[in-house]
Design a protein. Sequence first.
Length: 443
Amino acid sequence: MPFLNRLHIPGRSKPIEQAKPMDYYAQEYYSQDEQAQLPSQVSTQGGLAASSSNHSQNLDQTPEQVQLQQEQQQRQLAQQPQPQQHEQSIPIEQQQPQGEVETQPQQPQVVLPSQSLHLKSAVSKGKYSLTDFHIMRTLGTGSFGRVHLVRSVHNGRFYAIKVLKKAQVVRLKQVEHTNDERRMLKLVEHPFLIRMWGTFQDAKNLFMVMDYIEGGELFSLLRKSQRFPNSVAKFYAAEVTLAIDYLHLHNIIYRDLKPENILLDRHGHIKITDFGFAKQVETVTWTLCGTPDYIAPEVITTKPYNKSVDWWSLGILIYEMLAGCTPFYDQTPIKTYEKILAGKVHYPSHFHPDAVDLLGSLITADLTRRLGNLRNGAHDIRNHPWFGEVVWEKLLLKDIETPYEPPITAGVGDTSLFDHYPEEQLDYGVAGEDPYAQHFKDF
Ligand SMILES: Nc1ncnc2c1ncn2[C@@H]1O[C@H](COP(=O)(O)OP(=O)(O)O)[C@@H](O)[C@H]1O
Ligand SMILES: [Mg+2]
């Protein structure tokens, strides 16, 4: 969702405090140079100036009329794919907050990457209320509200609650996206996607209860490191690839891939958060949304587009992790769009040739060439030589060492890896008239 009020830019100078090699990379890929860079890669090489800010805002100029006419959304999520063979369960990392009505969540199911994991039930309405939580500090802010650390009054555990102001959501024409966000978040279940436990609302606000992911944003880590060594970028890219592949298998386009929306858990595995633009789309869609640096050219030109916009964004993400800045970075979104449409990508000389080859096939406007959009789908990406050493099944099981373990020194509920945001007077739980009630019946 739009990210207009980001106040703090993480500093660049702090080193990454803990780092260790990844055991699933072949030794030859793991050059001495890269090992040396792992703890605190602060290289100024590469010929491109690193952007010091986050990716400005998401863009959202929804042509609602076009969208409403054209997007024949199938909402038959009741037809959930059955779990496939080869399933293995993994431990649940955090427990469900205890609310009034508690239902036991299904165990996350892990299958081979080529198979689809199942979706959860879409029912989440009214399971919790504000009185179930102590609201604590702000972890992040967006255009419609903020994300808080909270603590369950029942089990004492920490969770994150995203709060959206109904008036803002309506004013910015995000009603459909917000309802989609809730529905998609409630459905998905994957080791690398955020888990949402339930939602509730008061007269003014919408609340989404999620697991709290302590390790902070990949964005902060990247800015502190300036850029990642090849093997580190590959690790995060591989986990992202599995998550996006899972979403696509369920016909969900994510549409807002960027380091700000990728969190790191306490072990250093990723969790993608922010389903503000995620949508179930069987064929194509038209809505102009995303974050300027990460938007595919077909979205800018408002052509019908499909899931392959996420593979374009994966290319931008890999580029940014390797270079420290995005390939089409410029001062204003308009200039960035011009560059995206011109399509000229400069690859710094330190990029591994396999990375350049993969990026050339992801950051391409030619949809008949873009990897992920061809006959074999995400298989082509997973089989690309750049990912040659990745054992995907092990990765999905998190059965590999991560390149970086966030220093969560204060134990559970530690927020030291998150930026600080000015706190504001909260109007949560205030009774009163709700002029927007009809828009948010699902919450
Ligand atoms: N489950 C979570 N655990 C920890 N931090 C979170 C969680 N969800 C979101 N955040 C933090 O809040 C920020 C804003 O949340 P996000 O869902 O991305 O909102 P927006 O739609 O405004 O971008 C994220 O970038 C992240 O820093
Ligand atoms: Mg976000």
